[in-house]
Design a binder for this molecule. Structure first.
Ligand code: HMG
Ligand code: MG
Length: 307
């Protein structure tokens, strides 16, 4: 089996996770979340986005959250930037990475960022150029890679074409987003194979939402192809405000449990991470969506009752 030796996990909970929440969390809670994720061993954390606060109110306090952070370990923070204004904010806040976000579906592109795919790439060109000139890494997202809430099935070729264009702009990494969470393992493999014909596999990340419970199976199918970068969200937080019906990202705890169980290093302390998931789930007033976290917390409670 062709599994990578080490897998990089990109924690997207503080951005993708919290952006769809109706409850607005305090700056202090968001900063604590990021600090605790870093302390649990997550080295790459998407911390927020500089987008229209009217469109995504939950991310309006990204600047304040970043300013408050006190990280005890080396962690690369990233933010979503839809335009040069967002990039200016990112530069002022001192993050090491930005992400631009395109789509594989025209309708989703219009709904999400109010322009066509081609216009979004034009808009991103100066953003990526200026970010690279300032020494930042730039990630390129593609949404709706395995299905769109408005257009249904998406051809893998269409995804590959956007991936090639984002790479040509200067994105160092392309995250393939199954925004709706509709993908299944063989479709996910076919997609990665198609995109890898245009963009080297080592530059591809997978970003699965877990709406239909397929995310871990999809991830494993892609790992077998050699993909070594996985996006996930603590406690399975998340969704996309412009993808009605989609649920959270695959839970980071479940990804870590699976990877470590397969002998793949993640560098993450699973038990510390589970406590972070418990913390944020309590703040949101709901149960964690992580199956591994629920099972291990129940086991811990049984053990403490028995002792
Ligand atoms: P626009 O509608 O084209 O118009 O915005 P605009 O450029 O004239 O700006 C509209 C308003 O946004 C104006 O304010 C601007 O000042 C403000 P108003 O006059 O209405 O008061 N604005 C900004 N504010 C703060 N920071 C900025 C900024 N830029 C403009 N940088 C725009 C285009 C993209 C900005 C807008 O449509 C927008 O913010 N959309 C939200 C996009 C978003 O965050 N979506 C969710 C993230 S994507 C995702 O979740 C998928 C992903 O996870 C992958 C996956 O799962 O597949 C990445
Ligand atoms: Mg997402």
């Amino acid at each position: 089996m062709n599994l990578p030796e080490r897998v990089r996990i990109v924690e997207v909970g503080p951005r993708d996770g919290l952006q769809s929440e109706t409850a607005l969390l305090s700056v202090e809670t968001k900063a604590t979340l990021i600090e605790r994720l870093a302390a649990a061993g997550l080295r790459e954390i998407e911390a927020g986005s500089f987008v229209s606060p009217k469109r995504v109110p939950q991310m309006a306090s990204t600047r304040e959250t970043l300013a408050r952070l006190r990280l005890s370990s080396p962690t690369r923070l990233s933010v979503l930037t839809p335009n040069l204004r967002g990039l200016e904010e990112a530069l002022a806040s001192g993050v090491g990475e930005i992400a631009v976000f395109a789509a594989a579906s025209e309708t989703f592109s219009q709904e999400n960022i109010a322009c066509s795919i081609a216009e979004s790439l034009e808009r991103y060109a100066p953003v990526v150029e200026a970010a690279c000139a300032a020494g930042l890494r730039v990630r390129g997202y593609i949404s709706c890679v395995l299905g769109c809430p408005y257009e249904g099935e998406i051809a893998p070729r269409q995804v590959a074409s956007v991936a090639r264009d984002l790479t040509a702009l200067g994105c160092h990494e392309i995250s393939l987003g199954d925004t709706l969470g509709v993908g299944t393992p063989l479709k996910a493999r076919r997609l990665v194979e198609e995109v890898a014909a245009d963009v080297p596999l080592r530059h591809l990340a997978v970003h699965f939402h877990d709406t239909y419970g397929q995310a871990l199976a999809n991830i494993f199918a892609c790992l077998e192809l050699g993909v070594a970068i996985v996006d996930s969200s603590v406690a399975g937080l998340g969704g996309c405000p412009y993808a009605p019906g989609s649920s959270g990202n695959v839970a980071t705890e479940d990804v870590v449990y699976m990877l470590e169980g397969c002998g793949l290093e993640t560098g993450v302390d699973l038990f510390a991470l589970i406590d972070v998931g418990k913390f944020i789930s309590e703040r949101l007033g709901r149960e964690s969506r992580s199956r591994a976290a629920r099972a291990l917390l129940a086991k811990r409670a049984r053990a403490s009752r028995a002792s």
